[in-house]
Design a protein around this ligand. Structure first.
Ligand SMILES: [Zn+2]
Length: 338
């Protein structure tokens, strides 16, 4: 069983100074490309399902597929909701068995973002689900308010606000706006490293970069050195998948077998994921014995330990009890806030 929470995964990344890639899944082929890359490179991996992609992927149908694939994979896998926009989506993800969620309240004023994030943290932590939040605003296609594809310094994360946000909400990881954008850049990406260092110093929790496509390897490494423990990647995977399909159709214009094109897409995604895992330094981190074996237990070493310790999961009844209490209290507060 290699499905783990993102919190424990990122703790190892923070301790050993590497970042775990979070890659968006849209169909079975993209999931296979991502997991094959992780297994071949012995890397932990975060599988993202994004709310903005719900028109392509059915979360309720895909979650069990990811969970089954994670059980079979000899590396730790976290199933993560990317850019959850409402309490409703967060609760759906918890019911689907996600091990972490991102609540994106970045479109709200600070006080409101703190209030909503805090409630979601309370609910998620009561059932052992990790929470990532966003402070500041990373513009672009995956965001709730697309706004061109240029980094906008006026929306960059303020280090002082970040300190307060983390303290008051209790989030496990924080997505920061320091110069990346979702999708493709207009012009040269420029990361504000001083700001990143200051946020890391003040918050001391794993930081997350969204909009990782287009950043140079050197910039990634520097950001990871400063405290980035998770990087979201999607655009580059999509570009490579499309390029492979185009090339195949150029070679074989008569091709009518569409699964052949899906395999091309999968191969392209796998290549991008492998490359990013090397850059992020997560490749090889599951070479056992590793601190990750304690949480993953999927390789031979893990299975041996499992037999000795055999942890008991919480019963369904217990989970339902805890989660309904938390939701009831959050709903009470939300209705008072309106
Ligand atoms: Zn994002």
């Amino acid at each position: 069983m290699a499905l783990v929470t993102m919190k424990e995964m990122l703790e190892d990344a923070k301790r050993r100074r590497y970042a775990v890639g979070a890659f968006n899944v849209l169909n079975i082929e993209s999931l296979q490309g991502i997991l094959e890359a992780a297994v071949e490179l012995k890397s932990p991996v975060i599988v993202n399902i994004a709310e903005v992609h719900f028109k392509y992927v059915d979360m309720e149908a895909m979650a069990p597929v990811v969970q089954r694939a994670a059980q079979l994979a000899p590396v730790p896998v976290a199933l993560h909701l990317d850019h959850g926009l409402s309490l409703q989506t967060i609760v759906r993800a918890i019911r689907c068995g996600f091990t972490s969620v991102m609540f994106d309240g970045s479109m709200y004023p600070l006080e409101e973002n703190i209030r909503l994030t805090k409630q979601i943290v309370e609910i998620c932590h009561s059932v052992g689900v990790t929470v990532e939040a966003e402070l500041g605003y990373v513009p672009g296609t995956e965001s709730p308010r697309p706004n061109g594809t240029e980094a906008q310094p006026e929306f960059f994360t303020d280090p002082e606000e970040a300190e307060r946000f983390v303290k008051e909400t209790g989030v496990d990881a924080l997505a920061v706006a320091v110069g990346t954008v979702h999708g493709l850049y207009k012009g040269e990406p420029k990361i504000d490293f001083d700001r990143l260092a200051e946020i890391a110093r003040r918050t001391n929790i794993p930081l997350v970069l969204h909009g990782g496509s287009g950043i140079s390897d050197e910039d990634f490494k520097r950001a990871i050195e400063l405290g980035v423990c998770k990087v979201n990647v999607y655009t580059q995977m999509s570009i490579e998948a499309v390029n492979r399909i185009k090339r195949r159709l150029e070679r074989e214009p008569e091709l009518i077998n569409f699964p052949e094109l899906l395999l091309e897409a999968k191969a392209g995604i796998k290549d991008v994921v492998k490359r990013q895992m090397e850059v992020f330094g997560s490749a090889g981190k599951c070479e056992s014995p590793s601190p990750l074996c304690n949480m993953c237990r999927a390789c031979r070493l893990g299975r041996l330990r499992d037999r000795e310790e055999a942890p008991q999961p919480a019963s369904d009844e217990r989970l339902i009890e805890v989660i309904s209490k938390a939701i009831a209290s959050a709903l009470r507060e939300w209705s008072h806030g309106d």
